[in-house]
Design a binder for this molecule. Structure first.
Ligand SMILES: [Cu+2]
Length: 157
C-alpha cells in the first residue's frame, strides 16, 4: 500500500511540474520585450515599435550606444498619445535632467524611462491595458530631441 501511494505522489509531482512549465494564457515571450538604441547623433535606431495585443505588460529597454554624457546628449524613452507629444515635450523642456525632462505626475506620460548618457541602459515596464488601437508615439524628451527622436508605437489588436 505504501509503495502505491509513493508512486501516485511521484506521478502527481511530475504532472504539476509539467503544468508549471507550460506557457500561460497571456503572451509573455520575447515579443513583449523590446529594445531600442539611441546614439550621439541624436537618433533612435527605430521609428516604429509594436507589440502583440497578448502582452499584458511590455518592457522597453533603451541602450545609449554613444559616449556623450546625459547632460549633453541624454536620451529617454517616453510614450504618449501622438497628439500629446508636442505639449509633453514642451512641458518637459522647462524641467531638468533630474526630472528626466518630464512634467511630474502627468497623465499624458503613459510610460517613461530615466534619461541616460552614453554607455548606459535603462528600461521601463508598463501595462498595455487600454493602449490597443490608440495612436501612440514614443519620443525622447531631452530638450530639442523630440522632433527627430520619435516613432510610432502600436499595441496590435
Ligand atoms: Cu534624446
Amino acid at each position: 500500500m505504501k509503495a502505491i501511494q509513493a508512486t501516485w505522489l511521484l506521478a502527481a509531482t511530475a504532472l504539476a511540474t509539467t503544468l508549471a512549465a507550460s506557457p500561460a494564457m497571456a503572451q509573455d515571450d520575447d515579443s513583449c520585450q523590446l529594445t531600442i538604441e539611441g546614439n550621439d547623433q541624436m537618433q533612435f535606431n527605430q521609428d516604429a515599435m509594436s507589440v502583440p495585443a497578448g502582452c499584458d505588460e511590455v518592457t522597453v529597454t533603451l541602450e545609449h550606444t554613444g559616449q556623450m554624457q546625459a547632460s549633453v546628449m541624454g536620451h529617454n524613452w517616453v510614450l504618449s498619445e501622438t497628439s500629446d507629444v508636442q505639449d509633453v515635450a514642451q512641458a518637459g523642456m522647462s524641467t531638468s535632467l533630474e526630472s528626466d525632462y518630464l512634467p511630474a505626475d502627468d497623465d499624458r506620460v503613459l510610460a517613461a524611462t530615466d534619461v541616460i548618457g552614453g554607455g548606459e541602459s535603462t528600461s521601463v515596464t508598463f501595462s498595455t491595458e487600454g493602449l490597443a488601437g490608440r495612436d501612440l508615439t514614443f519620443f525622447c524628451s531631452f530638450p530639442g530631441h523630440s522632433s527627430i527622436m520619435k516613432g510610432t508605437f502600436t499595441v496590435e489588436g
